[in-house]
Write a protein that binds this ligand. Structure first.
Ligand code: ACO
Length: 319
């Protein structure tokens, strides 16, 4: 038994913040942001709009795309590092909005790798026969944990949500998942607004990143991981149809494309429109490419992400 992607969906909050808007907020420039990151604009939530709202709308779209009813879902998992509340978890909040009762529903936090982690876990439940149709979501309101006075981080992130419906299938589907983490790097990228750890005096409750050092470890780790995915699946470089990477920095994405000997035309880029939406970026990029007709049924996809923890993950998918 395997899990296949039966449907996808995404949702972006209405408000758009351009690089030019940010020029008026911190000492930065559209030119710096575009050339260093590839980002041109990002979406941010309105007051009173929460991660579970974005996750709900993306989920509705994925359920509709799969041609099923919410009641057909029997497993819900949301990857997020920006939950509405400590609890109930975002999975439960989405479950309630969808009018589903009794199924397992939970969220997991693996920063930008959250969706790949959620997909890897849900795949196990579907393959093991414990779930027939799983809803897997990546949803974030990064704007809520950003220090809007810190130009080194506030220009990078955005809000959004993406979702997929997995269903049982006799052929893959998800062919292979690879997940990893290394807590030694905890100080290079973290958000200090803890629950049992309180923010240090003067530090505030915001995301902090030593971007340059994260960049180097990200390129090295992702490079090793994609090599391993190819190796374990007997694939040659260039055999992947589409690379669907986490959208953190266009230069990291270009390095991965080069490593895979893939032209950039075969790489799904949404970073210019969405910025880094953490766990939401991969499912939103996937949905974007399916909607605009680039990714077709039968294509071989490599999904990958790297984020705080550090955490990383990849999924080889026959769509
Ligand atoms: N506008 C203008 N100048 C800036 C800005 C800004 N917004 N931010 C930093 N600078 C300046 C710095 O102060 C520095 O100035 P200096 O040379 O006078 O000291 C200069 O630009 C270069 O700064 P670097 O940090 O070396 O710039 P870099 O080329 O590394 O780009 C970036 C920074 C975009 C953050 C990059 O390092 C990066 O993308 N890192 C990886 C991010 C990532 O993958 N994170 C993981 C996922 S996120 C998650 O898990 C939540």
């Amino acid at each position: 038994m395997y899990a296949r992607i039966a449907g996808t969906g995404m949702y972006l909050p209405e408000r758009v913040l351009t690089n030019f808007d940010l020029e008026a907020m911190v000492d930065t420039s559209d030119e710096w942001i575009r050339t260093r990151t590839g980002i041109e604009r990002r979406h941010v939530v309105a007051d009173g709009e929460f991660t579970s709202d974005l996750a709900y709308h993306a989920s509705r779209a994925a359920i509709e795309d799969a041609g099923i009813e919410p009641g057909d879902i029997d497993f819900i998992l949301v990857g997020t590092t920006t939950p509405d509340l400590i609890f109930p978890n975002v999975g439960c909040l989405v479950q309630e909005r969808l009018g589903i009762h009794g199924t397992p529903a939970f969220s997991l936090e693996a920063a930008c790798s959250g969706f790949l982690y959620a997909l890897g876990v849900a795949d196990q439940f579907v393959r093991g026969g414990q779930a027939k149709r799983a809803l897997v979501v990546g949803a974030e309101t990064m704007s809520r944990i950003i220090d809007w006075t810190d130009r080194e981080t506030c220009v990078l992130f955005g809000d959004g949500a993406g979702a997929v419906v997995l269903e049982q299938a006799e052929t893959p589907g998800i062919m292979y998942s690879n997940l990893g983490s290394d807590g030694r790097y905890r100080d290079l990228l973290y958000a200090a607004n803890g629950v049992s750890v309180l923010p240090k005096e003067g530090e505030g409750a915001a995301l902090r990143m030593k971007g340059n050092e994260v960049f180097k470890v990200a390129v090295k780790t992702l490079g090793g991981m994609v090599d391993e995915v190819l190796d374990k699946n007997g694939l040659e470089k260039g055999e992947i149809d589409w690379l669907i990477p986490h959208q953190a920095n266009i230069r990291i994405i270009q390095a991965m494309a080069k490593r895979l000997r893939m032209p950039m035309e075969r790489v799904i880029l949404t970073i210019q429109e969405h910025g880094n939406t953490s766990a939401a970026s991969v499912p939103m990029a996937l949905d974007t490419a399916i909607r605009d007709g680039r990714v077709k049924r039968g294509d071989l996809l490599l999904l990958e992400a790297f984020g705080g923890g550090f955490t990383w993950g990849a999924s080889l998918v026959r769509y």
